[in-house]
Design a protein around this ligand. Structure first.
Ligand SMILES: NC(=O)c1ccc[n+]([C@@H]2O[C@H](COP(=O)([O-])OP(=O)(O)OC[C@H]3O[C@@H](n4cnc5c(N)ncnc54)[C@H](OP(=O)(O)O)[C@@H]3O)[C@@H](O)[C@H]2O)c1
Length: 320
């Protein structure tokens, strides 16, 4: 691993962890290619190994993705301290009779599948505004005990971006001092975290993981066109400001980028306050291209300004 000396590394906020600026997302629509079972576990393991060879040392998975075992197989034999492993606990029901036991069993199972005895960043997975009090009052004490026992090093949270695209949960929770790391939805269609979340994480030195950089809308042109047409219908953006064809056109014409996913990853990578951009794929060629994109310079200022004019005030799209 780490053979590609082109990778860049950064400090993940107050954790002090030295992480690659590109992180491998082992969930999302592709789940390392295992979503449709079209590709088996073998190709998924190979994809993780390819990521390591590209210099990626940050691997993000979750109890609910079904990819922890794949990550475990891919990292077997690699010195543990060269890797940063991020995984997540799905929220137990607030009526669960033994919340603490449920979280502990979840963690033990993750450790077993991953073949390790500690997790670097353990998250509460997809905490929505309605879950926040429960997470704070009932789950946080358990997370802290796990940290004291050194089974986890840092405590993280991920938002439910689809349900909470304006970041209510993170905004509320960042007023307190709960998380070492947060995972936030941020992309060129919904850059609202720039105003609400990122100033707070910077101030408190909370590590920031960027999810949804590309997702479906920015990797499937027809989907993007559909979203843009809808925004024009709703009067959110002017008909002449952009239509589907034009947007793809102008970002590519006015920059040195060659694909829309490249534009989308570069947009996130250079956002002030974003530490790691996650990239999720089942396709080795996409992984190679995406890492290359993430390592490219910022998009031209003129393109950024145009995107800001069109999408800068939107806080409800997810790009899904
Ligand atoms: N609430 C949460 O906790 C939460 C929610 C969502 C995601 N996450 C985490 O964040 C990670 C990143 O999210 P994501 O997986 O949605 O990542 P993403 O990188 O924003 O988007 C991935 C999607 O874009 C496609 N894609 C990627 N590169 C491409 C390329 N070069 N050309 C064309 N299509 C491309 C992929 O399909 P192909 O397989 O065809 O490349 C996949 O469907 C997840 O893997 C997961 O670890 C967490």
């Amino acid at each position: 691993m780490g053979m590609n000396d082109g990778m860049e590394y950064t400090t993940l906020g107050r954790t002090g962890l030295k992480a690659s600026v590109a992180g491998l997302g082992c969930g999302g629509p592709s789940r390392l290619g295992m979503r449709n079972d079209a590709q088996g576990e073998k190709s998924a393991v190979a994809l993780v190994r390819q990521a390591l060879d590209l210099g990626i040392n940050f691997l993000d998975t979750a109890e609910s993705y079904g990819t922890e075992a794949v990550v475990g197989k891919a990292i077997a034999g690699i010195a543990r301290d060269r890797l940063i492993i991020s995984t997540k606990k799905a929220l137990p029901s607030a009526h669960h009779s033994d919340t603490e036991g449920e979280v502990k069993r979840g963690l033990e199972h993750s450790l077993k599948l991953l073949g390790t005895d500690y997790i670097d960043v353990y998250h509460l997975h997809g905490v929505e505004p309605k879950d926040y009090d429960f997470a704070r009052e009932r789950l946080m004490p358990v997370m802290r005990r796990l940290r004291e026992q050194r089974k986890i090093r840092f405590i993280g949270v991920t938002e439910g971006f689809v349900q909470d695209p304006s970041h209510q949960m993170l905004e509320q929770s960042l007023k307190e001092d709960l998380w070492d790391v947060v995972m936030v939805g941020f992309n060129l269609l919904n850059p609202s975290a720039r105003g609400s979340v990122l100033p707070m994480t910077r101030e408190k030195r909370v590590g920031v993981l960027n999810m949804f950089a590309v997702r479906r809308a920015l990797s499937q042109p027809d989907r993007l066109k559909g979203i843009l047409t809808d925004l024009v219908h709703k009067g959110v953006i002017a008909e002449n400001a952009v239509n589907g064809e034009d947007l793809i056109d102008f970002v590519l014409r006015e920059s040195d980028a060659t694909t829309l996913p490249e534009v989308a990853y570069r947009f996130c990578r250079h956002e002030r306050g974003v530490d790691i951009v996650l990239t999720g794929t089942g396709n080795p060629e996409h992984l190679r291209a995406n890492v290359e994109s993430i390592l490219k310079p910022p998009l031209p200022e003129s393109v950024l300004q145009k995107l800001e004019k069109i999408f800068g005030n939107l806080d409800y799209l997810t790009g899904n």
